[in-house]
Design a protein around this ligand. Structure first.
Ligand code: CTP
Ligand code: K
Ligand code: MG
Length: 175
């Protein structure tokens, strides 16, 4: 989950500039996505999550081997592992963007809180993308027990990092 967990905060750190919806509004007269979803945030977030995943992949193939530690691997090879990592990082931000679309349709302004949905959007996005990209890897790694654990600890982790983000000034709201 590390690539998914990191893409969100890095989007907040590096985000800004041109919004993905280009400032356009939907049929309901409200913004399609809003100013909180920018190209810079999307690409820098995916890039940082992917980079972190590359380190994980390297560790799981080489680092732990050098250290003599047995670790559950990623895919059968580097290429399929990098696909998994890319799916986790990008799925997280697409899930977040999808959520923003629905928040705007509900009449919620950029940054308005939608409890639990704000904390789990990126998990669902990451899982959907990963399932589509590597279904076998997904079912053997995301067992029901692991998925339940992620669903329980993620809102807590998310709130903690967002409170930090709020105090260092990269988040406008602490959620
Ligand atoms: N961000 C971005 N591009 C993205 C995602 C996030 O630029 N694709 C940046 C924006 O500056 C955003 C901040 O990260 O304000 C925090 O992200 P998030 O909480 O997801 O956005 P909100 O501003 O709360 O907007 P929304 O109500 O649509 O969730
Ligand atoms: K978010
Ligand atoms: Mg928000």
């Amino acid at each position: 989950m590390i690539p998914a967990y990191l893409s969100n905060p890095f989007a907040a750190v590096f985000g800004g500039g041109k919004p993905i919806d280009g400032g356009r509004t939907y049929k309901d007269g409200r913004r399609i996505l809003g100013d909180g979803k920018t190209y810079r945030g999307l690409f820098s977030g995916i890039f940082c999550g992917f980079l972190a995943g590359c380190v994980e992949v390297w560790l799981s193939f080489r680092g732990f081997e050098i250290l003599g530690i047995e670790m559950p691997g990623f895919g059968p090879d580097y290429t399929s592992s990098l696909i998994v990592v890319l799916a986790l990082a990008s799925g997280a931000l697409f899930g977040d963007m999808f959520k923003s679309f629905f928040k705007r349709r509900m009449g919620l302004k950029r940054g308005a809180s939608l409890p639990l949905v704000d904390q789990l959007d990126f998990v669902v996005g990451a899982w959907v993308f990963t399932y589509l990209a590597a279904p076998e890897w997904f079912v053997s790694n995301f067992t029901p027990g692991i998925m339940l654990t992620v669903i329980i600890i993620t809102p807590l982790l998310h709130l903690t990092t967002n409170i930090i983000g709020y105090f260092i000034g990269v988040k406008k709201e602490p959620w």
